[in-house]
Write a protein that binds this ligand. Sequence first.
Ligand SMILES: Cc1ncc(COP(=O)(O)O)c(C=O)c1O
Length: 389
Amino acid sequence: MDIIDIEEKYTSGVYAKQPIAFVRGQGARLWDDKGIEYLDCSSGHGVANLGHAHPKVATAIAHQAAQLITLFETFPNDQRAALMEKLTALTPGLERVFFCNSGTESMEAAIKFARLSTGRTGMIAAMRGFHGRTMGALSATWNKRYREPFAPLIPGFDHVPFNNIEALEKAITAETAAVILEPVQGEGGVYPAQPEYLHAAADLCRQRGALLIMDEVQTGFGRTGRMFAYQHFNITPDLLCCSKSLAGGVPMGAVLIGENVKNLTPGVHGSTFGGNPLSCAAALAALSVLEEENLPEQAAEKGAYLMEKLGVIQSPLIREVRGLGLMIGIELKQKVAPYLKTLQEKHIIALNAGMTVIRLLPPLVISYEQLDQVAAALNEILTAEPIGA
Ligand SMILES: Cc1ncc(COP(=O)(O)O)c(C=O)c1O
């Protein structure tokens, strides 16, 4: 049996499997088991910001694997200490850090920290928001398709329309522990927050004693043109959740913690693998590559370049092109699944965001030539006869 058949036989069933088995990557390129090359505009769902198999990350992992892979966070470690210093230096105002292993775990931690800190249980999240699939993060996630099979979820979560200040003002009460927002909604359709909305959210939280949790799992580490997307908006959240690209592809999550967050005492939370030296070494290498190669600036410039190319495509199928940096959504007037399949046939891997948005999250190291290739392929398929309409 080949790779695809074996996975088909043994899969849990929770993933809709694609018909390509990838075995190798480099930069923005992937190769399948037959040696066929693809251009990756998905980055493993927004993880590979540095591109695949970055040599500095690979070397750091190999070196640390031979030193010390695992160490529970009760014992300090050189790599973890250095990463704590590095991350907090990148996020002025957020001076402590909790490590975990994924995006959803960073949300779980932030939700627990907000409850502990405020003594309140109410949580306000946004319609179209996506925060993960464990029970707390799922309670903050909006899409019914993810939530309903698992009801009842955690009580106290309310969803308000995104970018609507009035609705937020009405929703935040003396029972609200936190407001949970993505600075650019990813999974929900690539919708950037309006600056005045995030300013109002930060002000209202401060006035009413609630915390602001910013979910930067997808937007962090240069993706939107700044190290973190909230830094476009001149605000500072109380809790910053990150993961995906943090450790250059090695599983890792983190919550950066501001001074308003209280009551974090030994035993209230923890994670066996959190802050393990291997992930910390990978993250240190990944962060130094992001800085040395100016990847956030590159994302801003390349994002603007690609948006311009996409903006001139004359297609009656396109409703809107939007995004920030190299996080771009092309909303169509019809379902995108057949277009993603056609792109794949042209050896370009892209994502959906909901039913009608093509989501592009290429590695930030993608070249201008490769961006031209993506724009040309999209132009071709979106100006041809509509497919699967
Ligand atoms: C904004 C956001 N939050 C949380 C998550 C959950 O992350 P993970 O899949 O690592 O649990 C995701 C995953 O796509 C995400 O995009």
